[in-house]
Design a protein around this ligand. Structure first.
Ligand code: ATP
Ligand code: MG
Length: 303
């Protein structure tokens, strides 16, 4: 057998695509944060798809100089059959932009758009063919409706990040999301990667968010301050990463991207039950009031 050549067949392992879903209360900054995250990840050399799951179909605007793109549901309504590639448009730095869209106003469940759009891309093998590293779903905060829970429930996304400020309604929405994640976690649903604290600047705001993640067994992956640079960038139809790359705010988004890049295991969160959440909110109300009255030095001290 000496001298016999052995041929070694190298089988390339399929690339593991990281699929993440970003949830949060309406208007909290999901699309802004997601678009800056996509832009920063693409600058790190990754192939990224941003998948807007909001019937408003405005998730990817700042990646495309403010321009709208046809939604998957619109194309389906027009043509009956859709080649998914017709719905994918390139944005900043080659980021693939997709908008699921929604049903005609007043008709049907808006979440159905997500189900249909994800199925279409899966059936046509788009995720693998584009050789993506990251798919980021930008989803409405309300997971009560089955459609919006799809990225979590059906093993589409592996990691969920929630955007929240220190406002009670934002925290309330995050806590509801945690309940949804917990409900589907045993059946192989997505787990929680962490909370992105958006618009959190003053000391007590940070303490409220820090206390919430402590109570729910989670963590803050990045604090994003409110910044006029974000406003100016949005008005120019761009992300902060594109419009103001030298700004401190762009660096905050780049650091978020680096932390997401390094992120390993996600966890099952431990949401608060309604009476517990009410008690928790009342504690913070008293603290903030006492700080306003000058009875304590700072609402955030000593939690
Ligand atoms: N860190 C920030 N600093 C300043 N403005 C911000 C910041 N984050 C978000 N905004 C602004 O807040 C507004 C709402 O943000 P965005 O559209 O990203 O929220 P959303 O959660 O996607 O909303 P919706 O639920 O309607 O989809 C936008 O005008 C955006 O520019
Ligand atoms: Mg949005």
């Amino acid at each position: 057998m000496a001298g016999r050549k052995t041929t070694v067949k190298i089988v390339k392992a399929p690339k593991k695509i990281k699929q993440m879903a970003i949830y949060g209360k309406g208007g909290i900054g999901k699309s802004t944060t997601t678009s800056n995250l996509s832009a920063a990840l693409s600058d790190l050399g990754y192939k990224v798809m941003q998948f807007g799951c909001d019937p408003k179909a405005d998730s990817t605007n700042t990646l495309r100089n403010g321009a709208d793109i046809p939604t998957i549901l619109d194309l389906l309504r027009e043509k009956g059959r859709v080649d998914a590639r017709d719905a994918i448009r390139e944005g900043y730095n080659g980021i693939y932009c997709v908008e699921a869209g929604g049903p005609s106003p007043g008709v049907g469940c808006a979440g159905r758009g997500i189900i249909t759009a994800v199925q279409l891309l899966k059936q046509q093998n788009v995720f693998e063919d584009l050789d993506l590293d990251y798919v980021i779903y930008d989803v409405l905060g309300d997971v009560v409706c089955g459609g919006f829970a799809v990225p979590i429930r059906e093993g589409i996304a592996q990691h969920v990040f929630t955007v929240s400020s220190s406002d009670f309604m934002a925290i309330y929405a995050a806590n509801n999301l945690f309940k949804g994640i917990r409900k589907y976690s045993d059946a192989g649903g997505a787990l929680l990667g962490g909370l992105i604290a958006n618009g959190v600047s003053s000391g007590y705001q940070r303490s409220v968010v820090d206390d919430f993640v402590l109570q729910t067994g989670t963590g803050v992956i990045q604090y994003v301050p409110r910044s006029v640079t974000v406003t100016m960038s949005e008005l120019s139809g761009r992300t902060t990463i594109e419009a103001a790359p030298e700004s401190d705010q762009a660096e905050v988004y780049r650091e978020l991207a680096r932390r997401i890049e390094k992120h390993g295991e996600s966890k099952t969160p431990n949401p608060m039950e309604p009476p517990e959440l009410r008690k928790w909110a009342a504690k913070w109300s008293e603290r903030i009031l006492a700080a306003e009255r000058g009875e304590i030095e700072s609402a955030g001290a000593g939690i």
